[in-house]
Design a protein. Structure first.
Length: 210
């Protein structure tokens, strides 16, 4: 297959491939498709259409045997959950993590239904650049705060994460806007490692991959 041409020129120059498009979530793929269509990048529009057709029901793509966490019976607010871990959020509405003063540990919030899992290994896209308007949250205060936390986490070793449950809103990533937030599971703390993949930051945990 012919490689797609560069769609966004200048500071937004970016080469889209099938693999990179398939790593996006449904709202991001739809936004990219619309932007590519406006710019006349038909190759990228085709890639987006193919990726949307192969998305499983619900718009989340995961590994073989993907199974999302079941919602626990007892949930508490995000503020209370982070405070229980010794972290006081900078902004109760936009913050998705913080740094514990007692030991400098980074604690992040993860949208439970957005976790990709399979064969005992899990991954989560923590932050990616806002390429062509595909991820506006990354440029907002909450997204920039998450980026700083990711950079800190690269040198912090293992990172703690809390699972946030709720209902997603079509067209938005959960960190930006949701239909509703049910709360955080206070009894589950995930220990993960942050990896940088190009310009993206991912949280990974579980079985070590070959």
């Amino acid at each position: 297959m012919q490689r797609p041409k560069q769609v966004f020129r200048g500071s937004q120059s970016y080469e889209w491939t099938r693999e990179r498009v398939e790593r996006l979530r449904k709202p991001e793929i739809e936004q990219l498709r619309d932007n590519a269509g406006k710019l006349g990048a038909n190759d990228v529009v085709v890639l987006c259409e193919e990726a949307l057709r192969t998305l499983p029901k619900g718009g989340a793509r995961g590994g073989k045997g993907t199974r999302q966490p079941k919602r626990p019976r007892r949930l508490i607010s995000r503020l209370r959950a982070f405070e229980a871990r010794g972290v006081f959020l900078q902004d109760g509405r936009s913050s998705w993590g913080g740094v514990r003063k007692s030991d400098g540990a980074v604690v992040l919030g993860l949208w439970a239904d957005a976790i990709d899992s399979g064969d005992g290994a899990c991954s989560y896209l923590l932050w990616a650049p806002n390429i062509g308007g595909s991820r506006p949250w990354s440029d907002k205060a909450g997204g920039q705060e998450r980026l700083e936390h990711c950079k800190l986490a690269l040198t912090a070793g293992m990172v703690e994460a809390l699972l946030v449950y709720g209902e997603s809103l079509e067209g938005y990533i959960p960190e930006d806007r949701t239909r509703s937030v049910h709360g955080v599971d206070p009894e589950t703390v995930v220990t993960l490692k942050v990896e940088r993949r190009g310009e993206e930051y991912w949280g990974v945990w579980g079985r070590k991959r070959a």
